[in-house]
Design a protein around this ligand. Sequence first.
Ligand code: ADP
Ligand code: MG
Length: 683
Amino acid sequence: MRERLPKETYKALKKTIDEGASLDLKVAEVVANAMKDWAIERGATHYTHWFQPMTGMTAEKHESFISPTSDGRVIMEFSGKELIKGESDASSFPSGGLRATFEARGYTAWDCTSPAFLKEDANGITLYIPTAFCSYTGDALDKKTPLLRSMEAISKQALRILRLFGNTTAKKVITTVGAEQEYFLVDKKLYEKRKDLIFTGRTLFGAMPPKGQEKEDHYYGSIKERVAAFMQELDIELWKLGVPAKTKHNEVAPAQFEIAPIFDTTNVAADHNQLIMETLKKVADRHGLACLLHEKPFAGVNGSGKHNNWSLSTDDGKNLLKPGRTPHENIQFLLFLTAIIKAVDVHADLLRVSAANAGNDHRLGANEAPPAIISIFLGDQLTEILEQIEQGCDACSKEREILEIGVSTLPQMRKDTTDRNRTSPFAFTGNKFEFRMVPSSASISDPNVVTNTIVADVLCEMADELEKAEDFDKAVRELLRRTIREHKRVIFNGNGYSKEWIEEAAKRGLPNISSTVEAIPALITDKAIRLFEKHKVFSKTELCARFEILLEDYINTINIEAKTMVIMAKRQILPACIKFSTQVAESIAKIKDVGDFDVTAQVELLEDLTKTLASFKRNLNSLEEVTNKASSMEEDSYKKACYYRDEVCMAMKKLREDTDHLETLVDADMWPIPTYSELLFQI
Ligand code: ADP
Ligand code: MG
């Protein structure tokens, strides 16, 4: 931009980007033209407004730069209007009732704070313009609009705090995010043989292989040749798109890997995470691999998540979650830290729903990273400091001294390099928080919308209080003490997987929300509506729409899973089992024909087979029955979702148990679908 734009235009655009000033159409005109020239020089023929509807995927509608001239020829053109605003048929995207069918238009608006990029595919080269997507009435129909709103909200409130600490230079506070992305790779040919992987992204059947992840020999192990080639190409493809892919390594489970980019402003990080997910799939395909982004592709094997590393920084690059060098800086740091602690404690239900989807139900609270209870890991050192500050109140005479001691130890804080906090859903890692519940397949937008808004809200309350204070220092210390006292229950440095923690958390009154269906109503509580409306992130209407969309998404997911299971069970598993048991029966008869031999082994096998098969068929019948009933239910979507969770999921579980047992009985050559051993160890 700096190279290509006239100085004045560049300055005006920078002002819009940096300070959120409104964009002049004249400026947009010049920018559009420069963008077009830049793109065409690199072979682009089309442009697209790129947006993120509530499916969690991205959407695009390509238009060519071609424009007719009066003399019957064409020129390549791209106007400011075309850059800033697009119109698209929104009727096929979920709106949760926001968009009446008679008003099916949706509008896309340029997000000039996220860089445009070029992408090459079978269509040729296209200029991608990141946009927000909303309805005629201005209701958000996407994941980006609320994210941008929440970024503004937190910037506004954090600036108030900074001003109180005497900072007069910062113009904006930005939230930075680096999302680590976990994924599985399986052989494409094997993948294609499994309808469950194709339709649902996870295995609905599959007995455990003799070797799982017990030995943890995959974790950070050397990367296999084929995967290394994939990763190399992945990096290059991502860099081409402007995504700063940085680290890659093996994960705990066999065939599981991780990629992390360098952190960026939240909306850019969210855009980049979408590109990462898309590119993972595309590049895997070129290498004869399939990339699984599902939260739990394999039962009994670690699932995948995203670690949403989140921090706050000023526009001049100062990380506000980095302990400082002076007591003054440290008090400011401690204030931001305790604001986050309070926000997480008060709005744990919102964080929980921001990480909820059907896939994640298999991870959260299922004896795996991380538990469904929201708690914060701070590490012993920082926890001790907070304890000292809190106690300072009771030992008022010593208060100054204690505070000084606490604060002076801060600069030597060690960055936590061990794995001891791996079980915490919300961990402080030196200069940022890492939210680890985020589902691997979902957009990172929701968790960041929630984090930004809840922290903005607490900062707002704090600023309200401190702005009125006569003695600022005293008021801050008092506020710190009170906040720590009231919200320290959410701090937990121990093992989040342990049974003791579940009991302890219950004693502390922390919510333990174990399923998506249970989590969703948090979006429409009075508390949530007040919060989001106050900071202009969501209107009540938008929240209600999102409540509906989440439920519908859950219902659809389970419905597809159940139907896929039924098809596989009926047309693949059952025939294979019948064939094999007939073979065993025939073998028994034939051996008996020859002489009086001992056929106990065959008989026992046949007994086990037929008995399990009978149970399998009964469970298959029930699954069909409850699925049919569920899909024809006319109750409201919440009741319907509950039915899917309680009845359909249960029936699926039972059918799977029988099937997985059958897998261990049937001749390996006759088993109709690739097994876990093949999927996990053949890449
Ligand atoms: P880990 O010890 O978890 O591997 P890293 O330092 O490698 O931690 O960071 C993991 C992710 O966190 C990366 O995407 C990185 O860019 C991101 N990250 C680092 N600093 C920040 C920050 N200040 N704000 C947001 N994300 C950050
Ligand atoms: Mg991490």
